[in-house]
Design a protein around this ligand. Sequence first.
Ligand code: PEP
Ligand code: MG
Length: 583
Amino acid sequence: MTLELQGIGVSRGIAIGKAHILFHNQPDVREYLIPTFSIEQEVERLTNATEQAREQLKSIRAHIPANAPADVASFIDTHLLMLNDSSLTTVPIEMIRSRRCNAEWALQLQRDALINVFNEMDDPYLRTRQDDVDHVVNRIHRILSDENVADHEIPDGRLKGHIIIAEDLTPADTVLMQHQEIAAFVTEHGGATSHTTILARSLGIPAIVGVESVRRYIQDNELLIIDGETGTLIAGADDAITAEYQHRRELFEQHISSLSQYQFQPTQTRDGKSVTLLANAELPEDLSTISNAGAHGIGLYRTEFLYMNRISPPEEEEQLAAYRDVVEGMNNQPVTIRTFDLGADKTVDGGRNLSQTTINPALGLRAIRLCLNHPNMFRTQLRAILRASAFGAIKIMFPMICSVQELTQAKRMLSLCKQELDNEGLEYDHHIQTGIMVEVPASAICAEIFASQVDFLSIGTNDLIQYTLAIDRIDDQVNYLYNPLHPAVLKLIHMTLEAGKKYNIPVSMCGEMASDPRLTRLLLAMGLESFSMHPNALLEIKRIINETDLNQLPENTLQVLSTAKSHEAEMFLEQINKSNHKS
Ligand code: PEP
Ligand code: MG
């Protein structure tokens, strides 16, 4: 009998293979009293287990394939850092001594205390940290309980071609399994933005998350089909269904391998319109992926990483070195550096105490507001960016500008920094371009005013959609309302593009909408000429652009901007995407 289960498709691709069910996860931890004379022995048991967990992770890190994206190592490094943190080393040891309890219980109590702290704060960064704590603590628990059947002990080759079914997977598990050439994975937990999910996408492993109780429905070695795009899992498929998915899998694989031909091709529609394709970068390590993706530069360099995993703010010299590395690494291709967008969904360690906890952080002191509120921090960053501009083509971009006053203040601070550098005889690009992100409805509605005062605009659709449709982007309960095709969103984008045209300045798009292949033609039709996105998405978008003839788009294409009915909008989109097949 055919069984179909539905989850969230988080990493594209079709896989057909036998199930391999993983059962080890939450260990059953009980408390017992340790006799006084055994306390030091118990402490040593915990210390040894923690050391063993460290060694396991180091060995996993050493086995990361050379071509794996930078994320892979950094996720494992996060776990290694946690294993060295006193909250997981010293505190449980103190508990063993003071409560005379067993190592497992001390670790569990500390795990619960840490999770409780995270539960009280509501941002996705911390939520991911919560998963990380569990992954790290579970690893030590497994060692303590001698149930050390970690996946790396599965003999090489045993998982090859299998579809892994698990309650949850750690980033480390994911790396090991990719090493063992698994076909795909399905988990009961996890969301679209968890570390493991991001890794699956980077590593090209088809994946579905959030399939409730999947381990109860599936049997070991049962033949499964999964579609990582739609989130569908099928067990017990008949021959016809299997053949259908085999065919889809071949088409998908052909499609992916055909994309490499676009790497060195110019980006141009069939009727001759040139389009700029830029990459978004979040970490310095992203540079290696970007250089292989055929990007024309970096359209969004997020600088918040400079505040991660630290308490003290980054000094000017450290920032200068980071910006200089990126601009030199891009070999004179332009790099748009966005000034700190700290706060709300980007509350990172070093930036945490810059803004007080507010009831609604998305509407609170974040991005440019936070920078203007902390002029010394802002000044340090602007000086560092300016000084880096002596080494390559840098542009400065201010996030979340809502009013002309904010822009004026930001530009004034920039002029002051330039004057300081002049006085100190330090070099910088005197013609450095300055732009803003259009990511609140106010700036899109007033795009003409801003366009007359800056060198470029970049549309941040992630926030623009959040603020236009009033959907907190970190609230799972309202995520279903996210709709890039909402006419209000499309109209604001269109107004911004028109303003750019009127004032003859470039307008780019750097939110997730820019990397959605379904929307590429519509955006081209609306007049978008520059797209910035995660490097993994670039070649697919280039393919669509290069296969588009703008003259063949339906005449009524822009009617989608005024339809309030979502099924009509979908219909327009389908017409636009069908209108234009390569002849
Ligand atoms: C956006 O808001 O669309 C954007 C690109 O910025 P971020 O996702 O970093 O807020
Ligand atoms: Mg934004």
